[in-house]
Design a protein around this ligand. Sequence first.
Ligand SMILES: Nc1ncnc2c1ncn2[C@@H]1O[C@H](COP(=O)(O)OP(=O)(O)O)[C@@H](O)[C@H]1O
Ligand SMILES: [Mg+2]
Length: 327
Amino acid sequence: MSNSSMLQISDQFDHFQIRQHMAKGGMSDIYRAYDLLNGQEVVLKIPDRMSIGDPAQFERFQRELEVMRTLNHPAIQQGLGSGRYNNTPYLVTGLIDGQSMREIVRTSAPMPPEEAISLIRKIADGLAHCHDHEIIHRDLKPENILITSDGQPIIIDFGLALTKGAHRVTYANLSAAAGTPDYMAPEQIEGHRGDQRTDIYALGVMLFELLTGNPPYTGDNNMVIMAQHLKGAIPRLDKVKEGISPQIAAFVAKCLQRNPNDRYADMHALIAELDNLDAIDVSILERATGAAAAAPFWRSPVFVSIGSAILLLIIIVILALILQKIH
Ligand SMILES: Nc1ncnc2c1ncn2[C@@H]1O[C@H](COP(=O)(O)OP(=O)(O)O)[C@@H](O)[C@H]1O
Ligand SMILES: [Mg+2]
């Protein structure tokens, strides 16, 4: 078997029987499979057609397994094994019966604030556990979080994770595989390794998306989106969406600060604030929107809308005059 995407239902791959093609990831195909050795239902992650020959892939899966084995938390994916079959490396993880957070965003966002906060709080718990073990996820996005039917989020895909032992793997040489820039912190866009505050940024983006249905920065292409992460005004959530308290807006704004030093220092500080939302200092909102206020007045939304209205009026008057002339 040299081409994993050719795997069909009931094919045998090493000691697994393929049951279903579940998903296509950034660089891999995900299959539900049956372990013929112990009768367990598992998930196989196998490099896709594009990355099948990549010699780094085996090492990457091994690292991913090592990361999962270091961690033990209800919000973290369980790793079962890794191997190589006919020169194709693969990763085995426990089957999670649930929906991806991408689906939740599609079907349920904008979400009531209490619901969104409760979900983010559980993800933050898992991330605190990661960070306490000096593991930074670095690829948090709704596709990499699965949510079980009883509402437990489970963080998956540690393929880009930074561990204290793996300084060789910089973000820069993996970022090509990272896909969407929607959740990328400015320091990642600039090619730095990142730290726990990089995950805090992505968590802020996800909360913003749960509450509004869209990430804070959108655009026609990745370049435009990246530029906004680096330079755009941080949107004020309580202005973007009705019914969001200034405290929640301030929390998100603090996560989305461009300079990591201005964000929460670590996941525990973030959780402490989440657990005491009413007490959050909202003064950051004035500072966070400073960039928007500093834009030239003729580009302010008010000026643009008044300007367009006047222009439209002038056009109508001219048209009316022309029509009168013709008659
Ligand atoms: N253990 C699992 N249980 C259920 N679904 C999974 C599991 N692992 C992965 N998936 C599905 O496969 C997709 C891709 O998996 P992921 O590990 O993120 O691969 P990639 O590194 O290629 O992005 C996920 O978004 C999820 O929908
Ligand atoms: Mg993924």
